[in-house]
Ligand binder design. Structure first.
Ligand SMILES: Cc1cc2nc3c(=O)[nH]c(=O)nc-3n(C[C@H](O)[C@H](O)[C@H](O)COP(=O)(O)OP(=O)(O)OC[C@H]3O[C@@H](n4cnc5c(N)ncnc54)[C@H](O)[C@@H]3O)c2cc1C
Length: 375
């Protein structure tokens, strides 16, 4: 019997397992399908800076605490596994598309306000005029006259990062059980005693639910209702060996993320289409038009592939991190929406400290969940 059972083997479950196993606790992860193949694999891996000492909101403090840990977290994974997760400080540019007439670049968000907020949260932000923008990224459409530059912005290659986490968990002795969908959770009073999977009951001292977009139905089994819903994001991958971009370019919710090998990821959509993970002709075409409007040189790029993932969207706006109310030994870490990769180091650390009753590096608000009919 493991000390701790984690339900869900995405980046959040794996990061917590890695942290907890590093303290000598015995850990088992139950994953319904294959490890790290859902939202965590599908994401773009952008990591946005913040300074934890200056952050003005709880979310920005989480981001800052995670941001400062990414370099050491990546180095440690490399030292333990020999796998390079592709973490790099590439810089990023937010564009002000209101100034251009190109329909696929238009967006209504207030990026001047966004610049102010990023700066208030301790990120280095430089305003760019047309010449400065052109100097940094000569391939960007000449109709775009200004933007803001985040020199600290980083990226990680999701599949490589997951591969490193999986290998590191193995090396730390985590029992990793794939094909183990948790169908129900057994509870006696305030204690959870077992997770029931298709292959039988798994018992442990403590349980952590990290089911991403599926968390709501897992927790409903113990009568706790959290509002987490799937939001589909589609991505198109181009390849252009001439590497026309060096930095991440963001325009509202859409972006281009250039990888070191000449691949360019175009993201993404936000679609409330339930648990349907398909790609649609309209969205794929729209993403490609967005990319080629923004960087006309990409018209000759090769389309490599496309995919989609289901972001776990917590309707209340911030992830659920903490102990499930009215239970002694059940925890939840889910609902990271667009920030799960970015926030995974701090989530792993905080949840380890909570579960092992250690001092917390930053406060964690109490999880609230309304009552659900237990299944
Ligand atoms: C297109 C796209 C772009 C993104 N870009 C970024 C980005 O640039 N930066 C960033 O930080 N974040 C980004 N994200 C968000 C990020 O990917 C997610 O927030 C993060 O992956 C959530 O991780 P998770 O482990 O909670 O969920 P998941 O990766 O979905 O993992 C949950 C796991 O739980 C398993 N599971 C579900 N039900 C059960 C059950 N009953 N029993 C056992 N296992 C179960 C699932 O199979 C799954 O493997 C993006 C997401 C998408 C889709």
């Amino acid at each position: 019997m493991a000390d701790i059972v984690i339900i869900g083997g995405g980046v959040i479950g794996l990061s917590i397992a890695y942290e907890v196993a590093g303290q000598g606790a015995s850990v088992q992860i139950l994953e319904r399908g294959s490890f790290g193949q859902e939202a965590s694999w599908a994401g773009a891996g952008m990591i946005i800076p913040a300074d934890p000492q200056r952050a003005t909101t709880y979310e920005a403090q989480l981001r800052g605490e995670s941001f400062v840990r990414w370099p050491a977290w990546s180095r440690q994974l490399f030292d333990e596994t020999g796998i390079d997760n592709g973490f790099v400080n590439c810089g990023g540019i937010h564009l002000f598309p209101q100034t251009v007439t190109l329909p696929h670049l238009s967006v209504l968000s207030d990026l001047a306000g966004c610049a102010r907020q990023l700066r208030a949260d301790g990120a280095v932000v430089e305003e760019l005029n047309a010449d400065e923008l052109r100097r940094l990224e000569p391939s960007i459409n000449r109709e775009i006259a200004n933007g803001i530059y985040l020199p600290q912005m980083c990226q990680v290659r999701n599949p490589r990062h997951l591969k490193a986490l999986i290998a590191a968990c193995h090396a730390r002795g985590v029992v990793m059980t794939s094909g183990a969908a948790v169908m129900s959770i057994e509870r006696q009073g305030s204690r959870v005693t077992a997770a029931h999977t298709v292959t039988g009951a798994i018992r442990a001292d403590q349980f952590v639910v990290c089911g991403g977009a599926w968390t709501q139905s897992i927790l409903a089994a113990v009568g706790c209702s959290v509002e987490i819903e799937p939001v589909r994001g589609q991505i198109v991958l181009l390849e252009d060996l001439k590497k026309p971009l060096r930095r991440i370019i963001e325009v509202g919710v859409r972006y281009l993320v250039p990888r070191a090998d000449g691949k360019i990821l175009i993201g993404s959509t936000e679609e409330w289409t339930g648990f349907d993970k398909g790609n649609t002709a309209e969205s794929v075409a729209d993403l490609i038009r967005f990319a080629t409007d923004l960087v006309p040189a990409l018209k000759s790029a090769r389309v490599d592939r496309f995919w989609s993932g289901l972001r776990p969207h917590a309707k209340r706006g911030s992830p659920y991190l903490g102990q499930v109310p009215e239970t002694d030994n059940l925890f939840v870490a889910a609902g990271h929406f667009r920030s799960g990769l970015m926030l995974s180091p701090i989530t792993g650390l905080l949840m380890r400290q909570l579960v092992l009753r250690q001092e917390l590096v930053m406060p964690m608000p109490v999880v609230s969940c309304s009552k659900a009919a237990a299944t």
